[in-house]
Design a protein around this ligand. Structure first.
Ligand code: GLN
Length: 312
């Protein structure tokens, strides 16, 4: 029982789309040149329940770059393979209170701080057990495909655009390495991370990925278990405290849901035991989080009192 009818979910998704589709606040990421070219008016909302039911409105079949929404799924692989203690020791789980690409956070803590900022996501990639960068990427991609229960591919134009301009992330990788907190070659890790961020997903596919987390780690479509049940609360706690970077506290107050954003315009929010809500729209606020997606998710969360702290 997901505690709400599918009709009600559809009407709220429709209302959210209607309410925010003409909101022109924010702007596309442009530090990755290719992202600036994505049509700003794209806007989709997709909800998938733990029973595999799907609610859609708007541009839910447009394949956009997953970007930082990839981070919790690579973390999921580490929680599955190495466990929480290894993540705690080798990366950390504290919010930085700083932007996603902060160098200062790394220098202050002499570690990656948490797996959902760039430093920690690269540390995560470096911990994926594989004997070549190619194998490392393929392992990540096929795990993501199991989450999406669908084939996924890299958006080459976005990968090439970021790979040609990612000096800042390379700097973070080398800095982390200097503290002994990166666990493979820095340039190779940064490249695999960049490729991971360039994987294309639709709002529909991302909703399946999120619904797997809502469903205790078991994909509601394929029935496959992708993460042990006891690791799911750890992953969701990290998403709640760190998923919005320096906007995480505000998001916890206003939506109260473990979530992850990306500069491609995607946001996934997880309502444990019930469903996942995905919003996608390219224009971002000053923290790098999609304006329309945030507003849509917040609207649905408020209408249904979804904040975890309501105690349902
Ligand atoms: N690939 C992007 C970067 O490293 C991801 C950032 C994000 O989505 N916040 O800058």
């Amino acid at each position: 029982d997901i505690g709400v009818s599918l009709e009600k979910l559809q009407s709220l998704a429709d209302a959210a789309h209607q309410k925010f589709k003409d909101d022109t606040d924010g702007k596309n990421a442009d530090y990755i040149p290719e992202l600036a070219k994505i049509p700003s008016e794209l806007f989709g909302v997709c909800i998938m329940t733990v029973n595999g039911d799907v609610i859609t409105v708007g541009d839910v079949d447009y394949s956009f770059a997953i970007e930082s929404v990839s981070k919790p799924f690579t973390l999921s692989m580490l929680l599955r393979d190495d466990g929480y203690e290894a993540v705690l020791e080798k990366i950390g789980v504290e919010p930085t209170g700083l932007p996603f690409n902060s160098v200062a956070a790394v220098e202050l803590h002499k570690s990656a701080v948490n797996p959902l900022v760039n430093a920690g996501a690269m540390a995560s990639v470096s911990m994926v057990d594989a004997d070549s960068p190619k194998a490392r990427f393929e392992k990540i991609l096929s795990y993501f495909e199991e989450f999406a229960d669908d084939d996924l591919t890299v958006i080459d134009s976005i990968y090439e655009s970021e790979a040609a301009t990612n000096w800042h992330n390379k700097g973070i990788a080398w800095l982390l390495d200097s503290y002994g907190k990166l666990y493979a070659d820095p340039d190779e890790v940064c490249d695999v991370y960049t490729k991971q961020c360039s994987i294309g997903v639709t709002a529909r596919q991302l909703a399946t990925m999120g619904a797997t987390l809502a469903n205790g780690g078991q994909n509601p479509k394929s029935g496959k278990r992708l993460l042990p049940t006891d690791q799911v609360p750890k992953l969701l706690a990290i998403m709640l405290s760190c998923g919005f970077y320096d906007g995480s506290g505000q998001w916890a107050c206003e939506a109260g849901l473990p979530s992850k954003t990306g500069v491609g315009g995607g946001i996934v929010s997880v309502v444990p035991g019930r469903f996942a809500i995905v919003g996608f729209s390219p224009p971002l606020d000053e923290h790098g989080n999609s304006v329309r997606a945030q507003n849509a998710i917040k609207y649905i969360a408020e209408e249904l009192e979804l904040s975890l702290f309501n105690g349902r």
